[in-house]
Ligand binder design. Structure first.
Ligand code: HSE
Length: 410
């Protein structure tokens, strides 16, 4: 494929970034022929003759060989991608929800119509993780993959913990900067990270699951007491996605984490993302870069476009190698801050290390299985903040929890 003619869907932050970057890029033979958008009357920053308001104008245009899909609506995005592939038009997409929810169907469509879909921009913006997993880590030696997959949450956490901003102010700034989803609950409640993790499970372990099978909780209920607790004991709170091999399969979840300053992600700030891959032989490797924003995400789209020119498609190596299952029986250590004691009856802890009760801060540190947290439907409870915590607990300090007895309830 050469001299790509692009039909672009969506002209938001990333679409505009792509338009600008393509104008400036001398090394890629690609041009945008048409841009399909929803709103006819919206003010645009370029000549409006390039816009179309009917998706079939692009899909049925024989001169367009690649569709770049950058819209919000996952269902509509899947329809656009399917119709493009049926017409032999290769696709580049950044729509993590659409990919995560339709992963197997997308593979089937690619096989049936012998037309590729590339989506490096869907996971961690500018970080080249998908092709790295497919091409560099093309064996099944990976034990663990984890990361900061959501720029908006990381931006909010940095601004609240480092800059003393309040949550609302920080979220507003993330929206203005174009990091946040149009529905930012997807960012702050960990859904966006989970979609990305679900995609990576396929490329890391050959594990195909639906996002709804994977635990996620986010920073939406984080309050001052949690931040003070973290700061006082030398932790930083980061929203992490994690997946690792267990005896029974692969444990995978998205939760805020209380990290010590020795952790690889401790110093990843603002909209930066990071991915750490840990293998049997290579030990830990860290990739970091901007995970959100128009230009960084557009850079990943451009990289996919240049791969299409070289006829690249994902080999899906791990899907052919592995037969692993999701292991939600895995036990993890958590910090749980709550207001009402009933939550302790709902959540079946395997061990409780410490419980601390004060008028304005009641918390517990213990071990619990992933499936118990899923069962308690924790996201619905506005009075609870849950985070994975790095143990051992507070060694060598005089913290209140040290005076508590370690209780075991099983
Ligand atoms: N809303 C996403 C984020 C954009 O904040 O990371 C990039 O996927």
């Amino acid at each position: 494929m050469s001299n790509l003619k692009i039909g672009l869907f969506g002209y938001g932050c990333v679409g505009q970034g792509l338009y600008e970057v393509l104008l400036k890029s001398k090394n890629i033979k690609a041009e945008i022929s048409s841009i399909c958008v929803k709103q006819k009357n919206k003010k645009r920053n370029i000549d409006t003759s390039i816009f179309s308001y009917n998706k079939w104008d692009i899909l049925n245009n024989p001169d367009i060989d690649v569709v770049v899909e950058l819209i919000d609506d996952a269902e509509e995005a899947f329809s656009i991608v399917s119709e493009s592939l049926k017409r032999g038009k290769a696709v580049v997409t950044a729509n993590k929800k659409m990919i995560a929810e339709n992963f197997r169907a997308l593979i089937q469509l690619q096989e049936t119509y012998q037309t590729p879909v590339l989506y490096e921009a869907a996971v961690c913006g500018s970080i080249p993780i998908i092709r790295t997993l497919e091409e560099y880590y093309n064996t099944d030696y990976i034990q663990n993959i984890s990361g900061i997959f959501n720029g908006t949450s990381n931006y909010i956490l940095t601004q609240t913990q480092q800059q003393g901003k309040n949550y609302e102010e920080a979220l507003h700034a993330a929206k203005i900067a174009g990091f946040a989803e149009s529905n930012p609950t997807l960012d702050v409640e960990g859904f966006d990270s989970k979609f990305k993790l679900t995609i990576l499970l396929n490329h890391t372990f050959g594990l195909s699951v639906l996002p709804k099978q994977v635990l996620n909780s986010g920073i939406q209920n984080l309050n001052k007491t949690d931040t003070l607790f973290a700061t006082r004991f030398g932790y930083q709170i980061k929203l992490l996605a994690q997946a690792y091999k267990t005896d029974k399969g692969v444990a995978a979840f998205v939760l805020p984490h209380l990290l010590r300053n020795t952790h690889s992600f401790f110093h990843i700030y603002n909209e930066f993302n990071a991915v750490q891959v840990e293998g049997i032989f290579n030990n830990k490797q860290l990739l970091t870069g901007k995970g959100a924003g128009g230009f960084p995400t557009a850079a990943a789209v451009i990289s996919d476009l240049s791969s299409l020119i070289k006829n690249y498609k994902y080999p899906y190596n791990k899907l052919k190698q592995n037969d692993l299952h999701l292991d939600n029986s895995e036990t993890i250590a958590i910090y749980l801050r709550y207001n009402k004691k009933e939550i302790m009856n709902q959540l079946k802890f395997e061990k409780i290390y410490s419980q601390f009760e004060q008028e304005n801060h009641t918390y517990c540190i213990g071990e619990i299985s992933i499936k118990e947290i899923i069962k308690a439907d924790i996201n619905k409870n506005k009075e609870v903040f849950i985070a994975s915590i790095e143990l051992p607990l507070y060694q060598g300090s005089d913290l209140p929890v040290k005076t508590e007895q370690i209780l075991s309830i099983h």
